[in-house]
Design a protein. Structure first.
Length: 389
């Protein structure tokens, strides 16, 4: 967009220019005069004036509304066939929410300031203030939409690049200790042995580190009693309850079972009704939904000895425990990750493990120090080699 002129207006006339800190920067464009208020020295205002003019000169005129473009972006992603059911649903929700505050705005009018104002309106404009994590998810969606528009040449640049993402405020996950895991196992085992699929799903998460959606999608034939192994091949979509592919290709894996898990699966299996999923609803053998499992867990977790814990933290607990017994590469395969990066989130500190490591190191040092005829030092070896000639 062509800029034909620009000026700096001094707003505080009571002070000389070198002491004034309140200005308005004007730019005359093909679409009229634009301005913004600026606080700082005159030299700083001159610097901002250049940047202000440059923003309009780089602007690609686009009268298309955000609502129309965002919806076409969403449909393109859905029709690509590369997204799972949950992501498609999340796209619909995010575009709908963002369009409440940006839907009628021209694409070329969405500046960093407009992004900030829209996010603030979303966060505080409803009946209750939205969480930081939810706001971060909305910002990520907006950033993806505007970045695609910039890459396609629909706008000059992505305004979200100049906006700081909202901070997430999701509570950090925690992990049960080894003794707590054993206590929880003992508390839930009678429920599983009596045919309660909800308890069986929890035992699979606790002893095999399965994701909740993997435990609920497990089929009877994927529990291999001969090899004492679980063959993870699918996952349940929480929103719809449909069973489809795992979260990613690396999540397809074969996991050896502990003896106690194999025994628990065998005992539970004898009580099953005979549905298509291993962990089933006893009323008709239909697949369990995560919402029902979560309600059951919330009602019983205090009695089970896991107050305050959520179902997904059983997976955290298992991975934290197993990290002490295998290499990072084996842990990656066990967890079904495509990289080892998630270990930073899933593997929690264990003070008792640190103390045990120090004790082992001290024992090793004591044993080594007591060994007679310790190897000669490098200096002595050189002398020995020299005397042999």
């Amino acid at each position: 967009m062509k800029v034909t002129g620009s000026t700096i207006q001094q707003l505080d006339k009571s002070k000389p220019r070198n002491r004034c800190r309140d200005w308005r920067i004007w730019a005359t464009t093909e679409e009229g005069r634009k301005s913004e208020r600026f606080h700082g020295t005159y030299t700083q205002a001159q610097g901002r004036q250049k940047a202000f003019v440059a923003e309009f000169e780089e602007l690609v005129p686009n009268a298309e509304t955000f609502g129309a473009y965002a919806e076409s972006w969403r449909l393109w992603r859905e029709k690509s066939g590369n997204l799972d059911e949950q992501t498609v649903g999340n796209d619909k929700r995010n575009v709908s929410v963002l369009s409440r505050v940006l839907g009628d705005k021209r694409m070329d009018a969405i500046t960093p300031e407009a992004v900030k104002s829209a996010l603030l309106e979303l966060k505080t404009g409803g009946e209750r203030e939205l969480s930081g994590t939810y706001m971060n998810n909305l910002f990520t969606a907006l950033n993806n939409i505007m970045r695609t528009a910039a890459d396609d040449g629909r706008i000059a640049s992505n305004p979200c690049e100049k906006v700081k993402p909202p901070k997430t405020d999701t509570k950090e996950r925690k992990a049960l200790t080894a003794s707590q895991m054993d206590g929880l196992w003992d508390a839930m085992l009678p429920h599983a042995e009596s045919g309660d699929g909800r308890a069986m799903a929890m035992l699979l998460m606790l002893d095999a580190g399965l994701r909740p959606q993997e435990a609920l999608a497990l089929k009877p034939e994927e529990v291999d009693y001969g090899r004492k192994a679980l063959h993870v091949r699918s996952a349940m979509k929480e929103r719809s309850g449909n069973i489809g592919k795992t979260k990613r290709p690396s999540s397809v894996r074969d996991l050896p079972m502990t003896d106690r898990l194999a025994d628990a699966c065998a005992a539970y299996s004898r009580m099953r009704v005979g549905g298509k999923c291993f962990c089933e609803n006893t009323r008709g053998g239909s697949p369990l939904r995560m919402q029902n499992v979560r309600r059951w867990w919330d009602a019983n977790r205090d009695a089970f000895g896991a107050p305050g814990f959520v179902p997904y933290e059983l997976r955290h607990s298992n991975l934290t425990k197993m990290a002490r017994f295998m290499s990072v590469f084996d842990l990656q395969a066990w967890a079904g990750w495509s990289s080892i990066e998630p270990a930073k989130v899933y593997v929690h500190r264990d003070q008792s493990s640190l103390e045990a490591a120090v004790a082992r190191s001290q024992l090793s040092a004591t044993v080594l120090g007591a060994v007679p005829n310790a190897p000669k030092t490098h200096h002595n070896e050189k002398q020995a080699r020299a005397s042999s000639f």
